[in-house]
Structure formats: structure tokens, C-alpha cells
Design a protein around this ligand. Structure first.
Ligand code: NDP
Length: 250
């Protein structure tokens, strides 16, 4: 992991789904770069409070908010609570997502709707609300997936569709937000070792053979790219899709 550099001193960041995995790595990285952090979670309060405690123990500022990304009012409230607690909101990372794998004949339509709500509508609602608070120079970073353009295993039609929608939304919003001086980008992880995609899971060896670098990524690999997009160095980058996939889609 790259050395933290204090580039986010004085900034406030909200990371959805920050209680573990990639979201937790982003929260820790932002905190080390100097930002005050809010994370959301849906069902893992202990993990969320552990992330908060760890950041505060290291001298940072952090808070956890229970907010199901599929629930519009909870998402709006999470954004508001962050801005009210810290007095501003500079960075929004839409990281929370739901993954269900299944072939079309067996895929439950309720799951389809829930995935759309969490993976697509949730980010849109969070962005819409965040724009009430975000100043010029603000940063929005969506966490998509390389699955939006590369699906080497069966059963990913719904998940890939939601991540494709997120990528398209990102590009279109880059146009809409340009005049406000706010950038928005989409980071597309490949196979990253988390609870969602464990490196010792049942299909891990097959998956590993598809990665050019030959191994799963670490959540910090994604956090490093996100930290760069949030930093002043990425001020002219907007509407981009950045793959962090170890060459999975090469
Ligand atoms: P994890 O399952 O490890 O963590 C997911 C996080 O999101 C948890 O903090 C979880 O908290 C939270 N979360 C899940 N559902 C909701 C919800 N409805 N509302 C609010 N929070 C929620 O996932 P990853 O870290 O692996 O994934 C993070 C992002 O990266 C996702 O967008 C995923 O699609 C993307 N990604 C991951 C890849 C991988 O290989 N790991 C590959 C490509 C993309 P709680 O348990 O409390 O719900």
C-alpha cells in the first residue's frame, strides 16, 4: 500500500458499506490521509464500530451510520448526518453493493429489484443528496466492477447489469457536474480478496487462473486508486473508468 500523505487534511468523506472489505480499506486510507470519515453499514454494526474505533485510536475522526443502501430515506439521512456532524462533505464513495449469482431461469425477481435498488439507485440517491453540501473540488467515486465489461463465469447477468449501469451513470454525471467543479469517477475492481469474493472460496483457483498477475487483489489495492482519485493530483480526471483488476480483463 502506498504511503499516506495528508492530502485530505480538513476534508470530510462518506464511504457507503465501510464496515469491512474494500470500503473499510478506503475508510482507513482516507483517515490516514487526514480526512474525517463517516461509514455506512446495513447489518454488521460490530465490524463498523471496530473500523471507527481503529481510526479514532490512531488519532482520526470517524463515525458509523446504519443505512441500508437500498432504502432511499436511510441513504439521504446518512448523507445529511455526515454533513451535519462534520459541517461539510467533500468526498462520497459509493461502495456498498449486493452480489447474487444465478442463471436467468432461477433468478428471483425480488433479488433483481433489490440489487438494482442497492447497486444503482442507492448511489444515485447518495449523489443527489451529497450535491446539497459538496463544494467545488468535491469528489465522487463509485465502486463498480470489471464484471460490467468482462464476465468469464456464468450467473453474473444481474450483477454485471447493475455495475454497467453505474459505469454509464458515472460518465453521464461527469457532464452534469462539470460546471460545479465536482469530479466523478468509477473504479472497477477485479477479483479482490474479501467476504464477497474470498481467495479461498470454491471457485478461487479457477478465478485466479484468469488474473494476469496470478493472484487476488487486496482491498488496499483498490483503496490506493480511490485515494488518488480523491486527491488534488486527480483534479482533471472525471468520467473515467479505472480498472484495478491485476489484468483480469487484459
Ligand atoms: P464485502 O461483502 O466484503 O463488504 C460489503 C460492504 O458493504 C460491507 O461493509 C457491508 O456491510 C456493506 N453493505 C452490503 N450491503 C449493504 C447495504 N444494502 N447497505 C449498506 N451497506 C451494505 O464486499 P467487497 O468489499 O468485496 O465489495 C465492495 C465493493 O467492491 C462492492 O461495490 C463490490 O461490488 C465491488 N467489487 C468487489 C469485488 C471483489 O472481488 N471483492 C470485485 C469487483 C467489485 P453490512 O454487512 O453491514 O451490510
Amino acid at each position: 500500500m502506498a504511503t499516506a500523505n495528508g492530502t485530505l487534511q480538513g476534508k470530510v468523506a462518506l464511504v457507503t458499506g465501510g464496515s469491512r472489505g474494500i470500503g473499510a480499506a478506503i475508510a482507513h486510507r482516507f483517515a490516514r490521509d487526514g480526512a474525517a470519515i463517516a461509514i455506512t453499514y446495513a447489518s454488521s454494526p460490530d465490524d463498523a464500530h471496530e473500523v471507527v474505533a481503529s481510526i479514532c485510536h490512531a488519532g482520526g475522526r470517524a463515525m458509523a451510520i446504519r443505512a441500508d443502501s437500498g432504502d432511499t430515506q436511510m441513504v439521504q439521512q446518512a448523507v445529511r448526518a455526515t454533513a451535519e456532524e462534520y459541517g461539510r462533505l467533500d468526498i462520497l464513495v459509493n461502495n456498498a453493493a449486493m452480489l447474487r449469482i444465478g442463471l436467468i431461469d432461477e433468478f428471483k425477481l425480488d433479488d433483481f429489484e433489490r440489487m438494482l435498488a442497492i447497486n444503482v439507485k442507492g448511489p444515485f440517491v447518495a449523489i443527489k443528496e451529497a450535491l446539497h453540501y459538496m463544494p467545488k473540488g468535491g469528489r465522487i467515486i463509485n465502486i463498480g466492477s470489471v464484471s460490467s465489461e468482462y464476465t468469464p463465469i456464468n450467473g453474473l447477468s444481474v450483477y454485471s447489469s447493475t455495475k454497467g449501469a453505474l459505469a454509464s451513470m458515472t460518465r453521464a454525471l461527469a457532464r452534469d457536474l462539470g460546471d460545479a467543479g465536482i469530479t466523478i469517477n468509477n473504479v472497477q475492481p477485479g477479483r479482490i480478496d474479501t467476504a464477497m469474493n474470498p481467495a479461498d472460496g470454491p471457485i478461487a483457483d479457477r478465478v485466479r487462473s484468469m488474473i494476469a498477475l496470478g493472484h487476488y487483489g487486496h482491498p488496499n489495492d483498490v483503496a490506493d486508486a480511490v485515494a488518488w482519485l480523491a486527491s488534488p493530483d486527480a483534479g482533471f480526471v472525471t468520467g473515467a473508468n479505472i480498472k484495478v483488476d491485476g489484468g483480469t480483463s487484459a
